[in-house]
Design a protein around this ligand. Structure first.
Ligand code: HEM
Length: 156
């Protein structure tokens, strides 16, 4: 992880937000689908349950393991790997991050400030990067894999 995460601040805002709005997930999807309707078809038949689990359950688990980098790396790489099959792309992580922060800000209201926003931005980016590791390892596209090898061979 590149930056140390502000565990205390993340935990206190998450607690405040989930106390005020126990089902933040519903509002998150509203914002996500309103801003990026193109992702809606990805959420298929069993979406109600999966959607409930997505983010909220994962965030709770991440918040509980903020100091356990081994757990974070292995769990999030495995979670990222699953997202390949869902049709998730790199760009969509920015959309989900934006919707997540907008949801937290909306519920936290006056408790949301620059420092809190930065702590969540850093945490989301760390989660995203660990998930992307799992996505890349699972499906190296032939072209990019050979481009990497060519570049490695050609570099002095
Ligand atoms: C921090 C980033 C993310 C986290 C923590 C996360 C977490 C999860 C979790 C825990 C599941 C539950 C299903 C399972 O275990 O297989 C899931 C499913 C799913 N996620 Fe994510 N996810 C993230 C980012 C994204 C992004 C960027 C997209 C793109 C829109 C996305 C789309 C989906 C879809 C389509 C499913 C399956 C839903 C279904 O089966 O209907 N996720 N996610």
């Amino acid at each position: 992880m590149t930056k140390p995460l502000n565990a205390e601040l993340l935990r206190s805002t998450f607690q405040l937000v989930t106390e005020r709005e126990p089902a933040i997930t519903g509002r998150f999807y509203e914002i996500l689908f309103e801003r990026y309707p193109q992702v809606r078809p990805l959420f298929g038949g069993n979406s109600a349950r999966a959607q409930q689990e997505m983010l909220q359950g994962a965030l709770v688990a991440v918040i509980e393991h903020l100091e356990d980098t081994n757990w974070l790396a292995s769990t999030l790489a495995a979670l990222g790997r699953k997202h390949v099959a869902y049709g998730v792309t790199r760009e969509m992580f920015d959309w989900v991050g934006e919707a997540l922060l907008a949801t937290l800000a909306e519920v936290a209201k006056d408790a949301w400030n620059h420092e809190v926003a930065q702590a969540w931005q850093d945490a989301y980016e760390a989660i995203r990067d660990l998930m992307l590791v799992g996505m890349v390892i699972e499906v190296p596209p032939i072209e990019s894999a050979s481009a990497v090898i060519t570049a490695a061979v050609q570099s002095p």
